[in-house]
Each structure stands twice: as C-alpha cells, then as structure tokens.
Design a binder for this molecule. Sequence first.
Ligand SMILES: Cc1ncc(COP(=O)(O)O)c(C=O)c1O
Length: 537
Amino acid sequence: MTTRGISVSGDSGSEPGDELTGGIAAPRGVVELDSSFKAFANDHAAKLVARMFDNPNQKNKVVDIAGPEKMRETIEFAPPVSGENKSFQELSDLVDKVLHFSVRTAHPMYFNQLWAEADPIQVLGEWMATALNHTMYTFEVAGPFLLMEEAVKTSMRRLLGFPEGKGSGIMCPGGSMCNLHAVSLARHAKFPDTKKTGLFGLARCIIYTSAESHYSLTKAAFTCGFGTDNICKISTIDGKMNVEELAAKCAEHKAAGFRPFMVNATAGTTVRGYYDPFNEIADVCEANDMWFHIDGAWGGGCLMSSKYKAHMAGANRADSVTWDGHKMLGSPHQAAFLLLKDTGTLLEDCNGTKASYLFQPDKPYAELDTGDKHVMCGRRNDILKFWLAWQVLGNDGYDRRVTTIFDTARYMAKTIKARQSEGFVLICEPECTNVCFYHIPTYLQADPVAKEMMAGNVDALREESSAAFVEKLKAVPPLVKVGMMNEGSMMCGFQPDMGLPNFWRFIVANPRTTPTYIDDALNIIQRLGEATAPVAE
Ligand SMILES: Cc1ncc(COP(=O)(O)O)c(C=O)c1O
C-alpha cells in the first residue's frame, strides 16, 4: 500500500528484530536479561510444565488446605522493604510455596465450578500472548490476532447457525461482561438516542430473564440504568423459562404503558445446567419487537458436540449470544465471546467515541481497529490460546471433548439412581453436565421424608412438615465439604436453590474425569456423609 509516496508494507521489508539496540546495557530498575534470569526462567517454565503433567495424578491432593494464617506464616505477602528484594533463588522458593497452596483445578477430582483444567495448549498460548504483550484495540498493534479473532468468531457464528457465519462480535473478559454488553447493545438497537440523552423520558423498559438465570443479568440491568425494578424474573417449569408466562407478562406490561425490550434466555443455567426453549422465546421476541439474547456462557459449548448440539435448537434466531471459552472449552481464564447477528455497525455505533489519539481514521488499516466496538480501551489478547487449541484439536477434538463430559455426567446420573437405596437422590436429569443430588446418610434414612426422597419424591423437602428433617439434611454438605477439603481428596460445591436445602451441584468439566473418578467421588461423599452421624453421648 502506498500513501503519498510513503510505502506501507505489511508483507515485505525488514525482518522482525532487525533494529537492535546495539547492546546497550539495560537501564537500572529492570530485571537484567542475563544468564541468571535465563536460568530462573527455564526453571520456572519447567516447574509449570511439570505441574501440568502432575495434575491428573491421583496421588496428588486436589488442594492442601490452609487457612489465611498458615498461608501468611509461610509466605511473606507484603512487598519487600527497601533493600530486601529477593534473589532468583528466593523467588524460586516463593514460587514453590505459591504452587503448593494453589488448588489443582486440573485434577480430575475437581468438580467445584463451571470450569476445570486449563487445556495445556491453551496455557502455552496464554504464556505466549502475555510475553508478546499486545492490546487488541488497533490493527497496528494486534494485526494477526485481530484476524484470528475474526476468523474464530465466524466459525462460532456458523456453529450457532447464523447464515454463513456472518455477523459481528467482540471478546470480553468474561461472560458477565458479554451479558453487560448485550444489555447495552439491546438498548442502543432499540433506543439509539439514549447514547446522547440517557434513559430520561423513556417509558419503563423491561428486561425478562428466567428465575434460574445468572446474576450477571441483574448486574447488567442496573449498571445500564434500567434498575432492578424493571427486571422481570419469569418462573421456570422443570428448569426452563415458562414461555406462556413470558408472553403474558409482556402483554401486561404493554397494557400498563411499559416497553418490553429484551429477553435473556439461558443455555446451561448455572445450577441445573438447563436450556431454555429458544424457538418459543424467539417467537415472543418477534411478536413484541424485543432483543433476544442467549446467555450461553456455560452451555453454549454443546454446539461443538454433534451428539448434544440439539440443546441449542433455535439459537440461530438470537440477536446476541454469550459463549465462554473458559468454561466448557478449556481456555484459561478468560476467553469469552459475544456473538451478534448484526452485520452492520451496531457495535461501534453503540460504543464508539472516535478518540483521535487512538483511532486515527487516516492511518493504514484503521477500518480493522476494534477498540471503538468495546466499552474497554486496552483489552487482553484472549484469542491466541483459543485459536491455537482449535488448530490442534480441530472440530473433531472439540466434539470428543464436549461429548465426553456430557456422557460422563449422564453416567453419574445413572449411577446415582442405581445407588438410590444407599441414600443417593438425583434432583433432576442432567441436560448440560451439572449433576444435582443429595446423599442422605444412613442415620437420617429412617425419617419419613428421607423415605419419600429415596422413592424419588424430592418435593417432599418443600413441605412445611419436613422442616425438622430439612435442618438435619442441610447440615450434611457443609460438613462433608470440610472433610473433602481436609483430605484434599476432591472439591465439589453445594448450595440451597429452587426452594431446596443444601444439595450437591457437581460439575463435570474435565474430559480426564473418567467414570472411575465419578465412582470415587460418590464413595467419598458417602463415606464423609456417614461420618457426620452425631456421636452418642
Ligand atoms: C449462565 C452463566 N452466565 C454467565 C456467567 C458469568 O460468566 P463469567 O464468570 O465468565 O463472567 C456464568 C458463570 O458461572 C454463568 O453460569
């Protein structure tokens, strides 16, 4: 490309690194890039690689539990006072201590959250991105990475069923940020003047979301100025948004002079892992001129599985979709995508301010800059790791990854049902890879409510007459959790939800978790549960 006689070339000319600094000594106040740094760097990298290989080994604990006091005793957290900075040897010791206290989220017995092992290839990609230290706002600094991001988003939109993968989108630091962007984009799409005037003078605008949706929608709604009074939580039927209620609420709100303007549906609810009925919701959105967003931060990953992608039927009708790479697809935190149907300029219309010092329109390739599509300025290079992994795993590899964890969750549900007589009670059949269940220890099994539960009636817990039993049952998971953390044998979360007292929410997110690990985990929960029996005086 030539601009006023000045040749601008992206493809030829000098090799990177041609312009050397001529051996000028590094100025004081930086880490000297000398042989001692090189030795430390090699040792450090070797430790991290060794940890990756070590993680799935069952002789390692998932966590070596320590409270803040023990951690403070072992590690000096405060930065050193003047003159007491550490040598590389001391730094290496410090790294060992930090590694020791770090939970092994890659361990196949880690079931605590909606993510687990960071895919080793993606870890390497993350190191590379960090070492290169770009930011994603302009093509001039992020050239190949912006092209990567565009190509990956197109492939993801194709999986969503957007025609020819067309559309737009941005990467964000997390699903919550994607959902925040979605609410802001919906506002701009429906009321573009609000960018200038704010919400003043608008009718009350209502956002609909299911009672089981993620809390980030509530945060997004109040952050965007709509207020929590204007989020309408629609009840669920068997974990899915009640679409009849949604339509009725829209009609009621319109009659009251309000403006229904957005529906958030969920693909993989946080606790149960359920998928809302997207096609039916899309019908209601079309009938009422509402923006249709799908929060697929967790469950969107099933699009990679030929066996399970049907859960996403109707997602092609959404205006926007949140989809996290750092949950089901093994990216290290974070790699989240907001994918839009819009093929125009909605993103920059909504978020752009045209800062002249960054987005000069008269520089080469300015049209490829992405900074004005985002609310953020600097933005991490989150794409490289994901792109590298897709290169090596391919669609088939991702298909196997996602299908494996879905199959394993189904194995677990089947096993829980098969072990009902031992006190295991499945709360609901898994759709995603969340498995919600109870284990009733033997000493509680004689209670009539326990008997009802073990006959398959979990609703017995909701009856007022069950209050005394509920008190005893809800005390079990916190004690078992302490036991598993003390042993370091596994990690799994529990919570009260859906009107039920504390139950186990077990997430299968690591394809290295084979059915044998599932059996082990159930045995641990059973053994520790039995140990909660009150000791006779
Ligand atoms: C359904 C759903 N949406 C959004 C989020 C938020 O995602 P992130 O943690 O990437 O911000 C979560 C997190 O668990 C989630 O379960």
